[in-house]
Design a binder for this molecule. Sequence first.
Ligand code: PLP
Length: 367
Amino acid sequence: MVHYKLLTPGPLTTTISVKKEMMTDHCTWDNDYKQITQKIRKKLLDLAHVSEEDYTAVLMQGSGSFGVESVLTSVIGKDEKLLIITNGAYGERMIDICSHAQIPYSVYETPYDQIPSAARVKEILKEDPAITHVAMVHSETTSGILNDIESVTKVVKKAGKTMIVDAMSSFAGVEIEVGKLGIDFIISSANKCIQGVPGFSFIICRRKKLTESKGKARSLSLDLYDQWETMEKDGKWRFTSPTHTVLAFAKAMEELEEEGGIPARSKRYYDNNRLLIARMKEMGIKTYIGEEHQGPIITTFFYPEHHNFSFQEMYAFIKERGYAIYPGKVTDADTFRIGNIGEIYEEDIIKLCDIFKEFFEKAGADA
Ligand SMILES: Cc1ncc(COP(=O)(O)O)c(C=O)c1O
């Protein structure tokens, strides 16, 4: 098997020490194990800059989508309505979730390469008083754009509505002042910027809003309030917990602290991302998102002009040399993506760009 590093937005390349944690089998009823869950929940609140008095963290089995689905299907009542703000596939997934669960919603959509406007959100909330909740994605992993949750949350809170943020690929990679902004529910997962492995998502919830959601859930397994009620007692998960993932995540949290917390990790991601973009630019490869809104997590690149190779050929060439990249996901342009979260350092970016250069030269691309 070829070993390669992942330049994808999760699962991502983790440390050997995080992987080693999964060599232990733990009993879910065991007090030590339950304490690990409680410690994780407490630390998540610290990362979100919120107090335990006002907020609480819930861990939910499954991938990131399960976390988003848990919130949307648990906190919006039959007589309430959600405004979904979307500029990518993950905003569109929220629409899909609401359609499946028959949750009343309306949509404010912008093109994939543009950020939604807080002024427009303000107008929509005025025009439609039935809207009670607003949901948006922070880092739209589809394109790599970093949406302005700060100004949108401000108008949502001012209008007295509940704010839900999908920060799947940005939480802990970009500082988010959850408490100061007044975000009510924020969702991420184990295999993103905290650099754990896949297996659960987590939701940081304003206690008051979570309590108000009691009895509203449309699903048993994804019932956010019930999950919290059980976990809050002593750290026991409601149904079988992903024990190996939890152990790996606890270790990953320690390693985040050792690196210097979110400020240091965010700097590493930003530095590597900007280096990647600069080196690709030197080769004539342009980004899909403009500089102002390009996030530090993943970058969408246009192919070189007049290229005559497929993504698969490029992928195979790069994989043989130690890295896995991602196909494009935007619908209006021919692109590929490179993620730079996980155990990725400056030397990886330099090496990767040298590999790209070699590939473009070999392929005779007009880059
Ligand atoms: C912003 C965002 N939301 C939701 C998801 C869905 O997460 P998952 O694929 O883990 O279900 C992802 C996945 O990358 C994402 O980037």
